[in-house]
Design a protein around this ligand. Structure first.
Ligand SMILES: [Zn+2]
Length: 254
């Protein structure tokens, strides 16, 4: 018997019941489709959020999170900033004056980095002139150096305080890593007590664009260390320690 004939033989009540059942089935099917669509959409949104988080994580890692220092122009360019200069003499103790110590060590470091390690060096201060903090930052950024080392001496109320301290750029693990290596090398290679690495807010490290470390080689407030700091041999050993750390850091990065 054909479907149509069967329906014609049905009582009106039976036909109504069947029609309503069909409507219910259609509605249920419609609800199922909507649910499925909603599931697809929420799945897509979730995937997009996840991809976004992954990209954000990678970007973060390659910015401040990366320990790497890269040579932007094939050869590593290192900016050296000798603290103070001109009428700004820095700290002093007897014959030893900070502005002279910083320039002497930077000159020795420059020779080692260029002649033995074949890096390119940019000196922020080359002679006994006063340079403002802003000019130093500008010069460092204009040089497009891959890393910056600023040299200073420490000074403390407590005159028995000795040793080197390295201050690194905030939120820069490359800077922090280099500061740790400098401290280690100054101790092992130069025999200078390790005063530790710490985060610093000096303008020359916070406002410059490259990984940066400010090293206080020793305390001018300590009589013995002040004497050492003006000694030519001692300055060379200190420079050798810093050069060793830079070579190690850049060797790992290249
Ligand atoms: Zn200083």
């Amino acid at each position: 018997m054909q479907q149509k004939e069967r329906e014609q033989q049905m009582s009106p009540a039976e036909r109504r019941r069947r029609t309503e059942a069909r409507k219910r089935r259609q509605k249920a099917e419609q609800r199922r489709r909507q649910k499925k669509l909603l599931l697809y959409i929420s799945g897509g949104v979730l995937a997009a959020v996840l991809i976004g988080l992954i990209i954000f994580g990678i970007t973060k890692l390659t910015a401040g999170g990366s320990k790497e220092i890269t040579a932007q122009n094939g050869t590593f360019v290192i900016a050296l900033d000798a603290g103070h200069g001109g009428e700004d003499i820095g700290q002093s103790n007897g014959e030893t004056v900070e502005k002279n110590v910083t320039l002497d060590i930077c000159n020795k470091l420059k020779s080692m980095l260029e002649d033995q390690l074949h890096y390119q060096v940019v000196m922020i201060r080359e002679d006994d002139t006063r340079i403002s903090k802003e000019e130093r930052v500008q010069a460092a950024n204009d040089s497009h150096a891959d890393l910056l080392i600023s040299i200073h001496c420490g000074y403390a109320e407590n005159t028995s305080e000795t040793g080197a301290v390295s201050h690194y750029k905030k939120d820069s693990s490359a800077s922090e890593d280099l500061a740790d290596m400098i401290q280690e090398a100054l101790e092992d290679v130069s025999g200078i007590p390790n005063g530790g690495a710490r985060e610093g807010s000096y303008e020359i490290i916070s406002s410059t664009e490259m990984p940066a470390v400010l090293v206080e080689i020793g305390y001018l407030s300590n009589m013995e260390e002040a004497g050492s700091l003006s000694d030519d041999q001692y300055q060379s050993t200190a420079a050798r320690g810093i050069a060793t750390a830079i070579a190690k850091k850049l060797g790992q990065s290249s």
